[in-house]
Write a protein that binds this ligand. Sequence first.
Ligand SMILES: *[C@@H]1O[C@H](CO)[C@@H](O)[C@H](O)[C@H]1NC(C)=O
Ligand SMILES: *[C@@H]1O[C@H](CO)[C@@H](O)[C@H](O)[C@H]1NC(C)=O
Ligand SMILES: *[C@@H]1O[C@H](CO)[C@@H](O)[C@H](O)[C@H]1NC(C)=O
Ligand SMILES: *[C@@H]1O[C@H](CO)[C@@H](O)[C@H](O)[C@H]1NC(C)=O
Length: 188
Amino acid sequence: MKSSVFWKIKLASIILIVFLVVAAAVIVTTVLLLGIKSSASNSTIQYYDGSFRILNLNYTNDYKDDSSSGYKLLATQLQGLLTSTFENSSLKSQYTKCEVINLRPGSVIVDFVLQFTTTNQGTTFPTTDLVHKIFIENFANSSWSSFMVDAGSFNISSISGSDAYNLLNNVISATAGYNNEYSNTPHK
Ligand SMILES: *[C@@H]1O[C@H](CO)[C@@H](O)[C@H](O)[C@H]1NC(C)=O
Ligand SMILES: *[C@@H]1O[C@H](CO)[C@@H](O)[C@H](O)[C@H]1NC(C)=O
Ligand SMILES: *[C@@H]1O[C@H](CO)[C@@H](O)[C@H](O)[C@H]1NC(C)=O
Ligand SMILES: *[C@@H]1O[C@H](CO)[C@@H](O)[C@H](O)[C@H]1NC(C)=O
């Protein structure tokens, strides 16, 4: 009789412990899921990685070195042109900035990263097709730039924040203070 009471208490304790462990697991999982969900819906920055070919420009050794004045001059010029392209488009309100990250020979192939930001929750980011279309219409086909751009060479894809961070921090920015802004951008 005494031992049966003992076992009942022991069983009750075990059930209680199991219940507490399960409850704790459920709470932890819920908190984690909510955390992931809210950080995803707060994510308001989208990066795109892209490249295009300039036909009427000869590649020089300067372009291999992102700290050279030749590189900086061309990168700054191209960043300005890309900025005008997107600021003068339907993506105006979302376009934030661009950075040239590499200049490759052929004649000159430009690699860059674009950043778009939304402030309104639920706003969707531009598709790569739309970014592509604006590039072809406003940049590759523009008369206001002296560069002859091969419209068919334009490649664009969306990339994660951490990929963008790595790409951007691999280079010394042509624009002073630019990388610091990117480094302060939260990334996963
Ligand atoms: C665009 O991508 C294609 C296929 O990956 C590649 O062959 C081409 O060289 C790329 N163009 C540029 C300008 O990088
Ligand atoms: C590029 O180099 C070639 C050969 O030296 C030259 O004929 C051509 O004019 C140059 N193009 C530009 C845009 O400077
Ligand atoms: C801006 O867009 C307008 C209308 O599409 C066009 O006429 C103009 O050339 C564009 N300017 C630049 C700098 O792209
Ligand atoms: C490029 O510009 C020309 C003349 O301004 C226009 O006729 C042509 O449709 C444009 N092409 C594209 C792909 O926007």
